[in-house]
Design a protein. Structure first.
Lengths: 340, 505
């Protein structure tokens, strides 16, 4: 589109870029609500990404020509979730049962996840003779949907009804978390555990169980963010393992949790904002060139934008003083019943 | 053993020890339906430990607990709830960012989704039944201490408790709030509930309870009907010997004004006024008491006087021998360099007063080392001071080189107060000096303060026990939300008068 900012396509690309951030942010919100600060988001995303693509690859190899794209895609999602959940489980084992320091454990999980993810991805590449890639039928499951009528509405169809299924899964996860945290007893108990585990313990809530489940499910949701990146990223790379594919998105998610003030509803807005920043380069230069024909901003400037925004978010949110919009109080400290 | 028909809870030969410390030894008593039992004892006598075994936080080493005539095993707080026992801890167990209603149903089983309307109605019904009101949708962080206590009480009643255990419930309440609480408890008693109240305040025991059990060093040393008890007999049971409970108010001739504070205003973290135009004078040879609900500006007052808290406006002047020096805006070191001898015994003894990991000599040295000449520090003089204090204040410690954190609360306070008094102050500021101390240590502290008054020192005493303030001080200044709501003569004022001033809007 010449002579204007192509908002429709920009929004579309922003949503595409926002989805892995949203998964990771939601996973970390759930984890932190239970009082565990898991800095291993980046690692769990790597684990999810590699496990997802591996699951698809091995299924296709085993099933041969009869492989179903849908089964292959579901396996990728499921195994990716389990891989992330495994990371969250290891984290719980170390911090809840063995009482290791939460920050150190999270960082170790990140380092482990990056290494393990890249190792698995590279091994698959060697095995496949060059690079790993999944079949076209699997790729098509991860490509945009088309709903009769709805997807055909001009603009609206493109803006809301043309994404791949994981985008809708991410939004559904956010809605589910909103309901869980605000309307249900389980959510109330979870918030109690994250705010004041001694109180929760005294009213008979199983603090250990809540922390394990929240960190594991939260890790699984982070893993889905990884699956999205390895399987559904739009462009030529979908379904192909790229070295270091997560590329710091896990860290942005950790900051987004703060931006979102630990609320899933705000996580949607935050992820969209950051997704927009990373999609900006596609649309900003052409728009700029309508005024300044030869203007071009180097790609590196665009790449660094989300990280600059992260720093700004952390500065501005640290000024915020609100009891409601702040981190669960017990976050970062381990709970021992005997230490009263 | 026979069990009374109305017995709801019975303890039989309960013992519990932590390491080598015997917290409870062979304690047996019964609690009946529709009675209020006071559990009396000094700090560290094992009252709270004993009750924690009923509420499932600790498990007894030996002995048996009976509920309704059958032996029960209480392993967790949940077991305790299931038996209808609810404990209201001294330090409330509430989640700040949740509402009253959410705190009340925390951890309860029921429908997956919360029916907030019905819950609010149920909470209102419970509170109306016992004659008080509680807003189910108010957040805990917006609540006063007495409101939080009501949430705790409704929390156990909502869970269907028939036995309520209250640990030092009036420690943080004004006299008026305490009276309201007592009325609630009496209504619950009429309703057939059994109530145990843990306390060391004798007048509460006498006015509220039906029966008293006295614990001393973990053992049950007395059980009597309240109507047969007197303050003197209860104290003797608690301490183990006759104690003179009179505080001597040795008011000599009042000297001249030593500290003059005018229009002192300080802001808190949120930019609100923690102290609002506070003006008063403190004279040599007097003890000026400061009363008020916790958080009314006491901490800010003490800390701004000693140069630790930023002052927004107003002035603090120090006057000695006709010479006036301005203290406003100076740091503690600068104030000391002016030759002004201020001594401060803060509320937080091991955080602000003393360094917990250092020994007595080093803690004494902290106050004096910068007066030494040369590069190296001199341990000799502070060591002599430490040994002198151990003797004169009867401090119980293995030696001068034991870290102060290993001493008991009373002895820590003696070290701190001793060090401050040893610096020969002309103004002594003490905040909650007897908090957590047993009766004997408390009276030692009161006597020390009395001695300082006789020496002509100006003493500012921030206290919480109104009876003590009335007996010990010359005048009492009441703070209410950072303002002085009144300065009264301690010889003629009453507790009720102070209580009203404390809550004045």
């Amino acid at each position: 589109m010449v002579g204007g900012f192509d908002f429709t396509n920009f929004f579309f690309m922003a949503v595409i870029a926002a989805t892995p951030l949203l998964f990771a942010t939601l996973g970390e919100i759930l984890t932190e609500k239970s009082g565990s600060l898991n800095l291993g988001v980046e690692g769990m995303m790597f684990m999810g990404a590699a496990a997802g693509i591996a699951a698809s690859y091995f299924y296709e190899t085993a099933a041969g020509s009869g492989a179903s794209g849908i089964v292959s895609a579901l396996l990728a999602v499921l195994i990716g979730f389990l891989a992330g959940a495994f990371g969250g489980f290891i984290y719980s084992l170390l911090t809840v049962t063995l009482r290791a320091n939460q920050n150190v454990t999270g960082l170790a999980l990140t380092i482990f996840g990056i290494g393990a993810g890249n190792l698995i991805g590279e091994l698959l590449g060697i095995r496949a003779g060059g690079f790993t890639t999944v079949s076209d039928s699997t790729k098509s499951v991860f490509s945009g949907i088309s709903i009769p009528f709805l997807s055909d509405i001009p603009v609206i169809g493109r803006l809301f009804f043309s994404y791949n299924f994981m985008v809708y899964l991410a939004v559904a996860t956010a809605v589910l978390l909103i309901v869980l945290l605000n309307k249900t007893r389980v959510g109330l108990n979870l918030r109690g555990v994250g705010e004041n585990p001694a109180t929760a313990d005294a009213v008979g809530i199983n603090v250990t169980k809540y922390k394990y489940i929240a960190a594991s499910v939260g890790g699984g949701i982070c893993g889905l963010g990884g699956v999205y990146i390895s399987m559904a990223t739009v462009g030529g790379n979908a379904g192909t393992w790229i070295d270091n594919c997560i590329a710091g998105r896990g860290w942005i998610a950790v900051a987004l949790v703060i931006f979102a003030a630990w609320r899933p509803s705000r996580a949607i807005i935050g992820a969209l904002l950051f997704g927009g920043l990373s999609a900006l380069w596609l649309y900003f230069d052409p728009w700029l060139q309508t005024f300044l024909p030869n203007a071009s901003i180097p790609q590196q400037i665009y790449n660094v934008l989300p990280f600059i925004a992260t720093i700004l978010v952390l500065i501005f949110t640290s000024i915020r003083q609100s009891k409601e919009l702040s981190q669960p109080k017990a976050c970062g400290t381990n709970y021992f019943r005997e230490e009263r | 053993m026979e069990i009374g028909t109305d017995s709801v809870i019975k303890l039989h030969n309960i013992s519990k020890s932590f390491g080598t410390v015997q917290a409870n030894k062979d304690v047996s008593f019964e609690l009946n339906k529709g009675e209020i039992l006071a559990l009396l004892g000094e700090n560290g006598s094992g009252k709270t430990t004993l009750m924690n075994m009923l509420s499932g936080i600790y498990y007894p080493d030996s002995g048996a607990i009976y509920a309704g005539g059958t032996e029960v095993i209480i392993r967790s707080p949940k077991d305790s709830f299931d038996l209808g026992i609810g404990m209201i801890h001294q330090h409330f167990k509430l989640v700040d960012v949740l509402t009253a209603a959410e705190n009340i149903i925390l951890g309860l089983k029921g429908s997956a989704f919360i029916n907030r309307k019905r819950l609010a109605k149920e909470i209102r019904e419970i509170s109306e039944k016992y004659g008080f009101s509680l807003d189910p949708n108010k957040k805990i962080y917006d609540m006063s201490v007495s409101e939080k206590q009501k949430v705790e009480i409704v929390k156990v009643l909502y869970r269907g408790a028939d036995v309520l255990i209250l640990d030092e419930p009036t420690a943080v309440l004004t006299p008026q709030e305490a009276d309201i609480l007592f009325d609630m408890l009496r209504k619950m008693k009429e309703d057939g509930k059994a109530i145990i109240i843990i306390t060391h305040k004798l007048n509460e025991v006498l006015s509220l309870s039906d029966r008293v059990c006295i614990l001393r060093k973990g053992e049950l040393v007395g059980e009597l009907q309240t109507k047969d008890a007197t303050i003197q007999s209860l104290t003797e049971g608690m301490v183990g010997r006759a104690v003179n409970l009179e505080i001597m108010r040795d008011s000599g001739a009042l000297g001249d004004e030593r500290i003059n504070v005018s229009d002192l205003t300080c802001l808190n973290e949120d930019g609100l006024k923690a102290l609002d135009a506070v003006s008063f004078g403190l004279r040599a040879g007097e003890i000026l008491g400061v009363a008020g609900i916790a958080g009314s500006g006491q901490k800010e007052l003490c800390e701004s006087l000693t140069g630790l808290y930023p002052i927004e406006s107003g002035s603090i002047k120090f006057i000695e021998d006709g010479h006036t020096s301005e203290l406003t805006g100076f740091s503690p070191t600068e104030i000391a360099k002016k030759g002004v001898h201020l001594a401060f015994v803060p509320e937080d003894r091991l955080g602000m007063g003393l360094v917990a990991g250092l020994d007595m000599v080093e803690n004494i040295m902290l106050k004096s080392y910068h007066n030494d000449r040369g590069f190296l520090i001199d341990r000799k003089k502070p060591k002599e001071t430490a040994e002198k204090l151990i003797k004169s204040l009867e401090i119980v410690t293995p030696g001068v080189s034991t870290p102060v954190r290993r001493l008991s609360g009373g002895n820590v306070q003696k070290v701190l107060l001793g060090r401050e008094i040893d610096s020969k102050p002309s103004v002594l500021i003490v905040a909650y000096p007897v908090r957590g101390l047993d009766i004997n240590s408390s009276y030692t502290i009161y006597n020390l303060l009395n001695d300082e008054r006789k020496e002509g020192v100006a003493v500012l005493f921030v206290g919480e026990d109104l009876d003590v303030l009335l007996e010990l001080c010359d005048r009492i200044m009441v703070l209410c939300s950072g303002r002085i709501s009144g300065i009264v003569d301690a010889k003629t004022a009453t507790k009720e008068e102070l209580g009203l001033l404390m809550t004045e809007q």
